[in-house]
Design a protein around this ligand. Structure first.
Ligand SMILES: Cc1cc2nc3c(=O)[nH]c(=O)nc-3n(C[C@H](O)[C@H](O)[C@H](O)COP(=O)(O)OP(=O)(O)OC[C@H]3O[C@@H](n4cnc5c(N)ncnc54)[C@H](O)[C@@H]3O)c2cc1C
Length: 291
């Protein structure tokens, strides 16, 4: 059924890197929920595999002494939903994760695979973008860190060099403490479906004014995107209706939605404007509740 040309199983990150280096055509396979669909479609790019599904060191969520949250790339979405670190500190990631597929998919699909597949629709992408997550990659030349928004390079393309494994995602304490956030996935069906548009907002309010605002969208461009211009305009504004109107009117200047069989561009634009306002309103409400 599957045209698998070579298969190697790794038991550690170092072994996976060595196997990838020895097999230059091979790619890492975590949960396999994307890869097996591609193989089913006879896509040869996915036919040499290094299986990292059993690499335990990738399957942890921890908090370092300075408050940095470290999410192993091999964490499944079900695992994230059970993590008290995620639930108590960055529940917005579970709002994204719990909307991935159905329970069977979430039991094996990993957050690392959801990011490394480079899909513009990945449900963990916009929550992680508004948490300012950085990506950690380990390969034959050592360890690299880069912001998630730089990791995305185009549809289905990420900055993973030959032989590299994404080991974890890191979220600094200043990027979640005092912030509140919310994610909403607009899809055509309430049951299992890929997002038509996904939107996450994170905000920090001090003395009624915006001390920080971040907006992240999926399926609104060739990669998951942050809304840099709108975020900058919001800085220092009151946390009020004027802010929400500004965001609604500005957000399209940051994004590049397009027509697809799933939805027309002008329909997507309408959803983007509506979601920007609604999702930010909910994030602001949560911030007020925190004060
Ligand atoms: C029925 C079904 C429904 C789905 N619904 C959704 C949905 O609603 N929302 C959504 O976002 N996605 C959905 N998906 C897509 C998929 O389940 C997710 O993208 C999932 O998170 C991929 O993770 P994985 O571990 O299975 O990745 P894999 O299939 O193992 O790998 C995906 C890609 O990432 C690379 N990769 C994986 N781990 C690493 C790593 N640690 N380092 C470097 N590269 C790595 C692989 O080489 C491959 O290119 C669905 C899939 C199916 C089959």
């Amino acid at each position: 059924m599957f045209d698998i040309n070579s298969y190697h199983k790794a038991n550690s990150v170092d072994e996976a890197i060595a196997l990838l280096s020895q097999n230059p055509d091979a790619i890492p396979m975590a949960g396999g929920t994307d890869i097996l669909v591609r193989l089913h479609g006879h896509n040869k790019k996915f036919s040499h595999l290094v299986d990292i599904h059993n690499v335990i060191e990738l399957q942890n969520v921890t908090i370092e002494n300075d408050g940095t949250i470290v999410i192993g790339s091999g964490m499944t979405f079900t695992g994230l939903a059970h993590s008290s670190v995620i639930r108590e500190n960055i529940p917005v990631l579970n709002e994204g994760g719990s909307s991935v597929g159905g329970p069977q998919v979430r039991n094996v699909a990993t957050v690392g695979g959801n990011i490394c597949n480079g899909a513009p629709s990945g449900d963990s992408a916009s929550p992680l973008l508004v948490l300012n997550a950085t990506v950690e990659l380990k390969g034959p030349d050592g360890v690299r860190h880069l912001p998630l928004y730089e990791f995305y390079q185009g549809p289905g393309q990420v900055d993973r060099k030959d032989g590299e494994i994404m080991t974890c995602l890191r979220i600094a304490p200043g990027d979640y403490k005092g912030w509140s956030a919310y994610y909403y996935k607009y899809a055509m069906r309430e049951a299992m479906d890929i997002a038509t548009i996904g939107c996450a907002a994170a905000c920090k309010v001090e003395n009624g004014k915006i001390a920080g605002l971040r907006l992240g969208f999926t399926v609104a461009g060739p990669t998951p995107l942050r809304c840099w211009r709108t975020e900058e305009k919001a800085s220092g504004m009151g946390a009020n209706e004027e802010l929400l109107d500004m965001v609604e009117n500005s957000v399209l200047s940051d994004l590049r939605p397009r027509d697809s069989w799933r939805a027309a561009k002008d329909f997507r634009e309408q959803i983007i404007k509506t979601l920007a306002k609604r999702v930010l309103r909910e994030a602001l409400k949560r911030n007020t509740e925190m004060e």
